[in-house]
Design a protein around this ligand. Structure first.
Ligand SMILES: Cc1cc2nc3c(=O)[nH]c(=O)nc-3n(C[C@H](O)[C@H](O)[C@H](O)COP(=O)(O)O)c2cc1C
Length: 194
């Protein structure tokens, strides 16, 4: 790698700190730290199972395709909830709002407490949508790809409701955060479409 600026003792530059030449070992703790440095929102993936809502908090959501509309989530192979959700004809994905931190924690906690005090409704085929969320996707599981200790679920979206002005909950560095309303530049549809 050619350095064009003043070199830092660990690689990189004095201005920007250690560079890639000071790469850390790939231990689990370092990986978690690195992955956590990429901010995300949090979704609740939910559906009706035997007459009751079942769901889990999932931050690994990403948009995938506009045509057809598709999103993806990554699920731990150790999950006890996902094997039941994946059998459902349809899933509801709710993108949690800025005030839904307690609900998010509940959705990662004991199964019997996940929907306590939470207001929700069902859509087509038993998809469950949480009130107070900022966007809802009604999805059909189209494919699942094994990926290490997770699997990647590809979901086709056939209905959605969104409230663009509502503030989402942000997950970053193992913490819940809010967006600080400091806008930089707008990315137009012509420069990036997904
Ligand atoms: C903020 C947050 C984000 C999470 N993101 C994911 C995720 O992307 N994928 C996943 O499998 N589990 C994720 N979890 C963990 C699940 O919500 C949790 O392990 C699960 O619902 C409980 O275990 P179970 O699936 O065995 O019932 C997340 C938990 C929290 C609190």
């Amino acid at each position: 790698m050619t350095m064009h600026k003043q070199e830092h003792p660990l690689g990189g530059t004095a201005e920007h700190g250690p560079g890639p030449t000071a790469a850390s070992a790939l231990d689990t703790g370092t990986l978690r730290q690195a992955f956590g440095h990429f901010p995300s929102g949090v979704t609740a993936v939910c559906g009706m199972v035997d007459g009751s809502p079942l769901g889990m908090a999932v931050s690994s959501f990403t948009s995938v395709s506009l045509e057809p509309p598709m999103v993806a989530v990554c699920l731990q192979l150790s999950s006890r909830t996902w094997p039941r959700l994946r059998e459902l004809p349809r899933l509801g994905l709710s993108v949690l709002g800025a005030d839904q931190e307690p609900l998010c924690r509940a959705l990662a906690g004991p199964e019997e407490d996940r929907f306590t005090g939470c207001s929700w409704e069902t859509g087509e085929d038993g998809a469950v949508f949480l009130h107070g969320a900022v966007t809802w996707y009604s999805c059909i599981l189209r494919d699942e790809v094994p990926a290490g200790d997770h699997s990647i679920a590809l979901l086709e979206v056939d209905r959605l409701w969104t409230q663009p002005a509502a503030e989402p909950l942000v997950f970053h560095g193992s913490r819940f955060r809010r967006l600080e309303n400091q806008e930089l530049t707008i990315v137009t549809a012509t420069s990036y479409s997904a």
